[in-house]
Design a binder for this molecule. Sequence first.
Ligand SMILES: [Zn+2]
Length: 282
Amino acid sequence: MNRPELFDVHTHLQFAAYDQDREEVIKHTLETGVWAVNVGTRLDTSRAAIELAEKYSGLYAAVGLHPVHTHESFHDAEELGSSTAGGFGSRDEEIGEEYFRLAAHPKVVAIGECGLDYFHLPEGREKEAKAKQRSEFLKQIELSAELKKPLMIHCRQAFGDLIAMFEENRKLLDPARAGVIHFFTGSKEEAQKLVNLGFYFSFGGVLTITGDYDEAVISVPADRILLETDAPYVAPRSHRGRRNEPLYVKEVAERLAEIRSVSYGEIAESTVENAFRIFNIT
Ligand SMILES: [Zn+2]
């Protein structure tokens, strides 16, 4: 079977940060032996992720509505381009028919990124915003169950509520491949609960910058670990402060091997195998 050397399971090559050189970055990524899932955050970035997946074998897509886009949020130039950035744009998107239609595409391997983000809440409307995040997230859990595609989870300062929602909706989760917790920053105990619910974990460049998550990284079973870059964000140590790229996933793999005291080859092989399994790529 045709397999890559490494699999970046969470990246955003469709974002505005690559408008000047997207094709070059993608070619370089694929030639280096790295495959990737471009993750949508709204309808427009989900559509763009699918367009790239249609154009290149080795690229896949995730379709979803990010929690910060369920209410008015601060927009970022690297994601949406300078016309909408640097201010508060009102998107207030909701999950509807079009998400269902897009998510059914054969190269869409996950639903997300979706989840809860209590770090970015509109001031004075925190309670209402949290409720909206939870209801849009629930729709995406239902979508994931209906299409039998795993969730791609974004969670910031909300692991307690996230786990409570999963426990309440346990029957909607596939215990063998419920989803991917992207950029996991919770505790060892939270990791264990999520493992029991059927989740995988993807780790990125932050591991090369701080040792804060090493204990959690060690606690996750080898068959539940994945690699990511979250490019254009959070570049690993050697490229810190600059735009991230999927091929820097190699530095994450090297660091992960060090933390878990195994060889680079073992990490590369097992994380690719785990990615094929959770995304049902044959
Ligand atoms: Zn992301």
